[in-house]
Design a binder for this molecule. Structure first.
Ligand SMILES: Nc1nc2c(ncn2[C@@H]2O[C@H](COP(=O)(O)OP(=O)(O)OP(=O)(O)O)[C@@H](O)[C@H]2O)c(=O)[nH]1
Length: 568
């Protein structure tokens, strides 16, 4: 049939339904805190014990506390809980002393409501209408299909054995035989009857065998012999044929370790690692339903059963077609999920370290660049300073040279000669050598200037200076001491050698022929006064005393007629 468009009435209905849900939600949100504020007093009666021996009770409690925590009611003072511990001590023993105990304990408390967790507690309350008068009664029941209370509100969790059996051929299509494990108790037989009825519709594809009258030893031994193609459907049994009592969860564990075939069940608490699972009643959801009743909300009883499977068993028995709504237990976490926080923390650390290292690298690089720039700058500066120093030194040398050089002849001037005389006197004293000094003066030079002009006079002075300089040893020194006057210094030379040298020089100058301006030739003569200083003399010479003695000798040479050498 083709889909039809919603009518106007239908649309209105949808809007009203949404509006109603919204109002209900607001009312519930307001109700939760007001419940706590008014502090209703509610007694929850459990059929089961509260210790670790009861896996089922543990899960119910988990669901209840989780739901209360979600509603922020964990610390509400008005919630009371009592337990019959029916499984461990037996129904009758559990019931026997509960009434006087409750009457005595809660004599001063008026409960607003009593909630029973399952049949034993429910039957106890239902059989005692005078207990806790005025309290509303809520009966949660998931194990006795044939019983319904008349004095309060019943919440029957429908055990759907059709679905619990129907899931077997769906997930394990090769299974041909299902072994149903139960016990001989009245309650179990009631359940087994329902299972038989449900199994009827699968009798063409599955053969059923019922193990409800075996000892535990027989059960495990037979289970070990089951071959692939079979499956076990384990009901929550607490007894064997001999009356021995064991918890369903322990039986399930032992069976899972013993048999080679998948184990299905209708109880969430039995789905331990190795048990396949199935369509089960969830104890945790029963706990949440009790919490809802406690808070005066409508519990989701229909949502209590659901598909639940063990991941390991799915793998081991290659189960397929698992319903998508199924809850999968013991699924191994991926390495990523397992170490998510460590990975995130490690990643964050790496990022932070990366940022720090980058900052450090940037800072180091910029520091290095700054240092390089500084280094370059310093090098350039040092180079410039060196250059300037060299230039200055060269300039100083030049200045010094200029200051001590005669510009006309290029030989040393009076200043340089005076310094040199002092140095050589010092050396002469230290090395005990004689030192001779020659004072040379061109004769009648005024006439040269007058006759040939000043420029020719200059050329004559230069010619004499060269003749003197080239006529001496390399360790001797010539200087122009004044206008046409020269002083020659001869280290390590005594008066006789100096006089001979002077004679030779005088002859050299006399041999000079200097070109005049008019094509004529100029000839010159010189007069020389020689003086010598001896280190072991009675009174050691100074520069001026040595010069003075040579000057006197020169004066004598001039006075004696010029063009001659006089020693003293
Ligand atoms: N052309 C030239 N003449 C100079 C220079 N220096 C000094 N004279 C001249 O040298 C002459 C020196 O003359 P005097 O001191 O009288 O001595 P003289 O004429 O040489 O006579 P005696 O020394 O007594 O033989 C002067 O006329 C100076 O002008 C110079 O650099 N160039």
């Amino acid at each position: 049939m083709p889909p039809t468009m919603p009518t106007r009435d239908h649309q209105l209905e949808i809007v009203l339904r949404h509006l109603w849900r919204g109002l209900l939600l607001i009312a519930m949100l307001i109700a939760a805190p007001s419940w706590a504020a008014q502090e209703r007093k509610v007694l929850v009666l459990y059929s089961l014990g509260s210790d670790s021996a009861s896996a089922w009770q543990g899960l119910v409690q988990k669901g209840l506390t989780a739901e209360l925590a979600r509603r922020d009611l964990t610390s509400a003072l008005g919630i009371f809980e009592e337990r019959f511990d029916a499984v461990r001590v037996g129904d009758q023993q559990a019931l026997a002393s509960m009434e006087p105990y409750l009457r005595a304990k809660y004599a001063g408390i008026k409960f607003d409501a009593i909630i029973t967790e399952s049949y034993v507690a429910g039957r106890f309350l239902s059989d005692r209408p005078e207990l806790f008068p005025g309290a509303q009664r809520h009966y949660v029941n998931y194990d006795r299909m044939g019983w319904a209370p008349t004095d309060g509100k019943g919440y029957l969790v429908q055990a759907d054995f059709g679905r619990t059996i129907g899931i077997v051929p769906r997930v394990a299509p090769k299974v041909r035989k299902v072994v149903v494990i139960g016990d001989g108790t009245e309650r179990m037989q009631e359940s087994l009857a329902a299972v038989r009825k449900a199994a009827d519709q699968y009798r063409r594809e599955l053969a059923f065998e019922y193990w409800d009258n075996l000892s535990y030893a027989e059960m495990y031994s037979q289970a070990a012999q089951l071959r692939p193609g079979s499956a076990i459907f384990l009901l929550p049994t607490y007894h064997d044929r001999t009356g021995e009592r064991r918890r369903p969860v322990d039986i399930a564990r032992k069976l899972a370790a013993t048999t080679q075939v998948p184990i299905f069940t209708n109880w969430a608490a039995v789905v331990v690692p190795g048990v396949a699972g199935g369509y089960v009643v969830s104890a945790e959801r029963i706990g949440r339903a009790i919490a809802d009743i406690l808070m005066q909300r409508q519990p989701d009883i229909g949502g209590i059963p659901g598909y639940l499977f063990d991941h390991g068993a799915i793998q081991r028995f290659h189960l397929q077609n698992i319903p998508p709504t199924a809850q999968i237990l013991n699924r191994p976490q991926s390495i990523f999920r397992q170490y998510l926080w460590q990975i995130l923390a490690g990643g964050a650390l790496i990022v932070v370290e990366g940022i720090l290292i980058s900052a450090l690298v940037v800072s180091l690089r910029s520091r290095r660049q700054t240092l390089c720039a500084l280094h370059d700058e310093r090098n350039q500066l040092e180079e410039r300073v060196l250059q300037r120093t060299l230039e200055l030194s060269a300039a100083n040398t030049k200045l010094e040279q200029l200051a001590t050089t005669d510009p006309l002849t290029g030989i040393g001037n009076r200043r340089r000669m005076t310094e040199q005389i002092n140095k050589e006197l010092e050396r002469s004293r230290r090395f005990r050598h004689p030192l001779s000094l020659l004072m040379v003066d061109i004769d009648h030079f005024k006439n040269v200037n007058d006759l040939h002009g000043h420029e020719a006079g200059d050329r004559a002075i230069v010619a004499v200076s060269r003749a003197l300089a080239s006529g001496m040893r390399s360790i001797d020194m010539a200087s122009r001491f004044g206008g046409e006057e020269f002083v020659l210094l001869m280290p390590e030379t005594d008066i006789d050698v100096a006089s001979s040298a002077a004679e030779r020089l005088r002859a050299d100058v006399a041999a000079l022929r200097i070109a005049g301006d008019k094509g004529d030739e100029i000839t010159l003569t010189i007069s020389i006064g020689v003086a010598a200083s001896y280190p072991d003399a009675a009174s050691p010479d100074s520069a001026s005393s040595l010069l003075s003695r040579a000057d006197k000798a020169l004066y004598q040479a001039k006075h004696a007629g010029r063009d001659r050498v006089v020693s003293c």
